[in-house]
Design a protein. Structure first.
Length: 154
């Protein structure tokens, strides 16, 4: 039994490694599927971030639990869309600027910056202090806008 467990553990690790090594394109049957996936992930992220921002800006009443819950969802969603910016998804029903593929490193850096700011917002939202939430919403919003300004077609 002692020898079986390490073998099973190694097999599981090998399978996990293989699964993560698959190219992102293999996750989507068609480019349209990738576009739909990223648009929906960005929509959900934006909706939940927008709720926190609305509280921070005084457009809706502040509710600490609601702010924390929405920041948590927005943070989780911020990690999802970028796997779907694959070759062949620069055309069709998308607002993605073709510069994304020409400037992939810069685009990825902008995405990482937004994810970092979203994670900071998530931390401060859990504290329930509206002033720190306001500051974090401002920085997160700036990172979102910077990416939209550079990489989103209007």
């Amino acid at each position: 039994m002692k020898r079986l467990f390490p073998s099973m553990l190694m097999a599981a690790a090998a399978l996990a490694g293989l699964a993560t090594a698959l190219p992102a394109a293999a996750q989507f049957a068609k480019p349209e599927d990738a576009i739909k996936y990223r648009k929906n992930a960005l929509f959900v992220m934006g909706t939940h971030f927008g709720r926190v921002a609305a509280m921070a800006n005084g457009r809706i009443p502040f509710d600490a639990k609601m702010a924390a819950d929405n920041a948590e969802i927005a943070t989780m969603m911020s990690k999802l869309p970028y796997v779907a910016f694959i070759e062949g998804t620069d055309k069709g029903d998308t607002k993605a600027d073709p510069k994304i593929w020409a400037e992939k490193d810069k685009f990825n850096a902008a995405a990482t910056k937004m994810q970092e700011e979203m994670a900071k917002l998530n931390v401060v939202a859990k504290g329930g202090n509206i002033d720190t939430i306001k500051a974090a919403v401002g920085e997160t919003g700036k990172s979102c806008k910077a990416c939209h300004d550079a990489y989103r077609k209007e």
